[in-house]
Each structure stands twice: as C-alpha cells, then as structure tokens.
Design a protein around this ligand. Structure first.
Ligand SMILES: [Zn+2]
Length: 395
C-alpha cells in the first residue's frame, strides 16, 4: 500500500516537474527583480548586448510566461521570447510555430468572397489573395469564374499568426487566365515573371528654373518693350529675382551654348529630348566647370540671375524652343505626368520562377479535380483542423 502511495506521489511530483506551469508577469516587476527573486545571477542580463536589453524592457505586465523544469520562457513580442536555462544561460530565442499547408479550388456561383470564406473559414486568405493580385481587379470575378489557391498558414498555440501566405494561385476571369506565383523576394509574379503590382510614378519632365518666384512677364507674340518702347514679341517667361539667385536646368540635357548673345547677355542653351531646347538669359555668371558639351541632370544649378544684356533689372529670361521655334514654356513647365512601371524578374530569379511554374502545373490540374484541402472545417460552432483533431482556432 505504502509502495503504491509513494509511487503515486513520485508520479505526481514528476508530472509537475515535466509539465510547464504558467504564470503572469506581475505589475511593477522589473526584469532584474525577477532574476533576483528566482536566484538567477544578474550578470546574465548585463552580459546581453544593448539591443537585447532594450527588447527585454518591453515585457508587459500580465504577460503569460512558463516555467518547465529548469527552463523559463517569457515571450516579449509575437516572435521572440526570453529563455533562461538553469542559472547559467539567458538568451533571446524565436518562438516556434507550425506551418500548415492548405489548398482550395472553387467555381464561383455568386459571390466569390463569400464562397471562398465558406470553404476555407479564413478571412485572412481573402486579404492575402487581394494583395497577391494587387494590379488585378478581383471585383470582376463573376459567376462561372474559377479560383485555385495553394496557401500556407503559420500557427502558434493553435492561433493563426499573420494572414496566410499564397504560394501559387490561378484565377480565371471571363475565361482569361491569371496565374500567380510567390517568388523568393516575397512578391507575386505571373508566369512570365511580371509582378502583379504596378507602380505609378509621377514626375515633372520640366521644372521651373527658379522655384518660388514671381513671373514678371509671360510669353506673348506682342508686348510693349520697356527699353525699345515699341511692341515686340516676348518669346519666353521672365522670372523676377535678386542677382545671384541660382538657376536650375529645367530637365536633363546637354549644354549646346554658353556665352554672350546680344540682348540676352550671358546665356546658356540646353538641348533636351524630343527636339526641345531651353534658354536661360541675362545671367550674372555661369556655374564653374560647365561648358558646351556638358551633360546636366534636371535641377542642376547652371548659373545665377543677373541683368546682363538688354535688361531693366535682375531677372531670368527663360525660353523654350521646339525644333528651333519658340514655344510658350508655361505649356511644359510644372506639368506632372504619370508613368506606370512593372517590375520584371530577370536572370536567375526568372529561371527560379519558371521552375515554379512547371512544378505547379500538375498540382493545379489535380487541385481542379479534387477541390483541394482547406485547413479548417467548421463543425458545430467551432473550427477544427481537417484531420478532425478537435482544436479551437482563432482565425
Ligand atoms: Zn524676357
């Protein structure tokens, strides 16, 4: 009888030793006082580098932590935990998680969003699908269209972490195919290596040569000239400003003239793309080092405002010429344009993606036949894993 009792006590002791006990981090407890209370040398903390110390300072009161045998685990973030082994070792370790793989194929009957959720019980999957196809309007998916997805979900303690990752997917919209593959860089590409994301870039092809300044005279074919006292065309824009104000090139180009030019005084001409030439006149001086043949980027200081040549005061005369004919610079300057860029995989990355395309070819075929294996199945009022191991999950 005694023997049985002893072995029972021993068993009970053993099981408490083996199973982890959980505690809550008490309010006001500092990490150092925690070490002291548990008889752990504080030098283990002082030996850490400053980044780790900073992270450790983030333990929240109420945080659950566990003690199992001689191992203490205190989570700090969703991914990192403090591990203390015995009285000798203190380190930051990743919190382990499991990765589950799922798949789904469906033919849309009415609303693909509702039907996808009904089959997968994952709101995150829809979010992931939308971000995998950023440049494709999924609202166009209608009755009869098809969706196939291979995905994986990270879980920790039965709880989903982040949204699922879409490894490969195929959507047909009105019989048009859109294959999508996750590449090593974490971005989504079509079968030819073009990213499912268009980057809209706005740019100003021609900028004002002087920022924040007043236009004292605009472009006209008839203007009363203050010095010549007669009507004369004004084939440019005058920007009034102080002597010495920097003048910037309106766009990138090549300097084709730098010198004195009659009434224009000291001036520079720059040749741009599309047969355009810009002219900057009445300068007080040029920027050092610039000569005919120099290439300048957009916005480069090329000289300084002055009153050289036929001029009544310090100003910049800015002209633009298309194929030698004066045009109104106001039509070009400060007009913001947009261009769309698409990132395309090249070289090794492209080859790796093409291997994926081949790898998934048969998998898609099978998936279309068997309908796939979503990760979660609804049973009564809670979700269970598809292998029927009842496990409540928080999606
Ligand atoms: Zn002028």
């Amino acid at each position: 009888m005694k023997k049985i009792l002893y072995s029972f006590i021993l068993l009970a002791m053993l099981s408490t030793l083996l199973s982890a006990k959980t505690y809550h981090w008490k309010k006001g407890t500092t990490f150092l006082s925690f070490l002291r209370n548990n008889g752990i040398p504080q030098k283990l903390y002082y030996n850490l580098d400053s980044d780790d110390k900073e992270l450790i300072a983030e333990i929240r009161s109420g945080q659950k932590y566990s003690i199992k045998k001689n191992r203490i685990l205190i989570p700090i973030t969703d991914e990192l935990q403090i591990q203390i082994i015995g009285k000798k070792k203190l380190s930051l370790e990743p919190i382990p998680f499991e990765t589950l793989k799922g798949s789904i194929h469906l033919t849309v009957k009415k609303s693909f969003e509702k039907e996808l959720y009904a089959k997968t019980h994952s709101k995150g999957l829809l979010k992931s699908l939308k971000s995998a196809y950023t440049s494709l309007n999924l609202k166009k998916i209608k009755k009869g269209d098809k969706i196939s997805i291979f995905y994986e979900q990270k879980r920790r303690d039965g709880k989903a972490i982040d949204n699922p990752k879409i490894l490969a997917s195929h959507i047909t919209i009105n019989k048009k195919s859109y294959y999508n593959y996750l590449a090593k860089d974490g971005k989504h590409y079509d079968s030819l290596g073009e990213e499912y994301k268009k980057i809209k870039k706005s740019y100003t092809p021609y900028i004002r040569p002087i920022q924040n300044t007043r236009v004292s005279s605009g472009f006209t074919h008839r203007r009363f000239h203050p010095i010549l006292h007669r009507y004369k065309a004004h084939l440019g824009i005058d920007y009034a400003n102080c002597t010495g104000t920097p003048i910037k090139s309106t766009a990138k180009g090549k300097i084709i003239y730098r010198g004195w030019k009659g009434g224009y005084g000291r001036c520079i001409k720059i040749q741009h793309a599309n047969g355009l030439v810009s002219l900057y006149a009445h300068m007080s001086r040029y920027r050092k080092g610039l000569k005919v043949g120099s290439w300048v980027p957009q916005g480069k200081i090329i000289g300084y405002v002055g009153s050289s040549g036929r001029s009544t005061g310090a100003h910049l005369h800015f002209g633009m010429y298309k194929n030698g004919k004066a045009i109104n610079p106001a039509r070009y300057v400060r007009v913001t344009k947009h261009k769309t860029l698409v990132h395309k995989l090249k070289g090794k990355d492209y080859i790796a993606l093409r291997k994926k395309v081949v790898h998934y070819r048969n998998k898609f075929k099978k998936l279309r036949k068997n309908g796939g294996k979503p990760l979660y199945i609804k049973k009564n009022n809670y979700l269970v894993m598809r292998d029927n191991r009842a496990k409540k999950v928080n999606l």
